[in-house]
Design a protein around this ligand. Sequence first.
Ligand code: C5P
Length: 223
Amino acid sequence: MKRITIAIDGLSSCGKSSTAKKVSEHLGYPYIDTGAMYRAATLYFLQNNISSDDQTAVTAALDNIQIGFHRSEAMTNDVYLNGVNIESEIRKMYVSEKVSLFSAIPAVRHLLVAQQQKMGENGGIVMDGRDIGTVVFPKAELKIYLTASPEVRAQRRHLELVEKGENVGLEEIAENLRLRDFNDMNRAESPLIKAEDAVLIDNSEMTFDEQVQLTIDLANQQI
Ligand code: C5P
């Protein structure tokens, strides 16, 4: 059976990661959350007091950043920064507030894109992010561009963070999503845009299971 590359891009908090994870489990493919890689790099810069305004310092620090994925006891693919599990730390608001500033820096993107291309060089992978179908794997057999209304996305993200015990308001989240979408869509280096050959799915009115099934059906057409 052919092992295809599935690229899932889209706006912040529209369910890319949870969809990608489910689809990867169904197909038996590895899943890579590239947002987690940008978040991990951002955490490193913040921990080391490196500002996104100082591109020379950011570029110099890249050699000290090792990002890896390992299966946790809960069987999730946790992200590690220099050997430390940072899966829950990178989801916090202070990282979300800065990540799109660091991810706009070309040297950061070049490093992480090269790592992502290496992880998927043999196909049979599901990867989600902002530039997977346009830059990382422009020849992916299946490209999905996910979107949902700003209200639905903010509510989903709010629920997710509250469940994790983070005390954060809906309006603060909505503002963070607005800002990140704006930064991600307007940066000079590989901005978030729908690849011409991507299938657009607006999941505002869909259940999670419906969107997973739709993606699996689209994947099966390519296999
Ligand atoms: O997917 P997630 O919301 O965790 O991504 C966090 C941030 O990482 C995005 O807002 C974006 O700035 C950056 N990102 C990116 N390219 C990707 C994945 C994420 O620029 N492929």
